[in-house]
Design a binder for this molecule. Structure first.
Ligand code: FES
Length: 143
């Protein structure tokens, strides 16, 4: 009875190299790939009602790749949440700390500053303002 063909060592290694590793939180990170998040909004984005963000609060808007916060003085700040390390969208906000799923960089959502490498550059700041009771961030928002 003939047995199954035994794959060569090279074939096994090639197969392993091409097999996606599931469950490790790895993702494609190259900006510019199809479907990759733009580094910042290309048009103004609506981040919700002005009254919904109290002083000292931070809000992550995953669909727009933007985080917005209001400091104790009521001043709004907004940042792109596309990681400055290799372009992964950051979808996790722990308190005021943004955590990149790709390589673990962390950023302060209130200032954009890097809290943990490998990223070295801060998040890109966005103009933000309140228009007709709505928080608007991105180009053309007028701030
Ligand atoms: S893309 Fe590498 S840490 Fe965010």
């Amino acid at each position: 009875m003939p047995g199954r063909p035994v794959p060569s060592r090279r074939a096994v290694l090639r197969s392993a190299a091409l097999t996606p590793v599931a469950g490790l939180g790895l993702a494609a990170c190259s900006p510019g790939d199809d479907g990759a998040a733009p580094a910042r909004p290309t048009a103004p984005v609506d981040l919700g009602a002005d009254g919904a963000l109290a002083q000292g609060e931070t809000s992550l808007h995953r669909d727009q790749n933007v985080v917005v916060s209001r400091d104790a003085d009521g001043v709004l700040k907004a940042f792109s949440t596309v990681c400055t390390h290799a372009g992964c969208p950051i979808g996790e906000l722990e308190g005021t700390r943004l955590v990149c799923p790709c390589h673990g960089s962390e950023f302060d959502a209130r200032t954009g500053e890097v809290l943990r490498a490998p990223a070295t550059a801060p998040l890109i700041g966005l103009p933000v303002e309140v228009k007709q009771g709505r928080i608007i961030a991105g180009p053309g928002s007028g701030v």
